[in-house]
Design a protein around this ligand. Structure first.
Ligand SMILES: [Fe+2]
Ligand SMILES: [Fe+2]
Length: 156
């Protein structure tokens, strides 16, 4: 996956990941680090195979790796990290001369189920949720995702 290899050494991408890491240094809840991004990429790929979707593996990895690159911005300004990540991802993809529309649309909608419109967007949305090991998390009682007393379900 040549384009994934190019992304993983892209200076802007690495800068944003460093900003995420800095912003989440003391965070007790799930982080938005390389582990999370690769977890999403792998589970997205599994889901696409299970659903017989013809989404190229490289497109899925690029989408997953870029989907949270502006999480640091959300901590800083309150901006929606899905929208901001989509904007930052477009700049990087254009710099790498990779077609950006489909990927950026999936990233933009990855926080809200009702916004998702494409198969790639659905896979990103589903895999992003499925990778979190909430069922064994010691902080579930104070996690905002479970504030209504919801119980976590099976994790991939
Ligand atoms: Fe996210
Ligand atoms: Fe995520």
């Amino acid at each position: 996956m040549k384009n994934v290899e190019k992304l993983l050494v892209h200076p802007q991408f690495l800068t944003y990941m460093a900003l995420n890491s800095e912003a989440e240094r003391d965070r007790i809840f799930c982080k938005h680090d390389f582990s999370h991004l690769f977890d999403v990429a792998r589970v997205a790929y599994c889901m696409a195979l299970e659903r017989n979707l013809a989404i190229p593996k490289e497109t899925m990895y690029l989408t997953a790796l870029l989907h949270d690159i502006a999480k640091w911005k959300q901590y800083k300004t309150g901006a929606d990290h899905a929208v901001e990540s989509s904007t930052l991802a477009r700049e990087i993809l254009q710099d790498l001369t990779i077609e950006a529309d489909e990927i950026c649309e999936a990233i933009r909608t990855h926080r809200k189920a009702h916004l998702v419109k494409t198969p790639l967007g659905q896979i990103l949305y589903d895999s992003d949720k499925a990778v979190r090991p909430c069922i064994v998390c010691p902080h579930i009682d104070t996690c905002k995702n479970f504030r209504n007393g919801e119980k976590p379900t099976f994790t991939y």
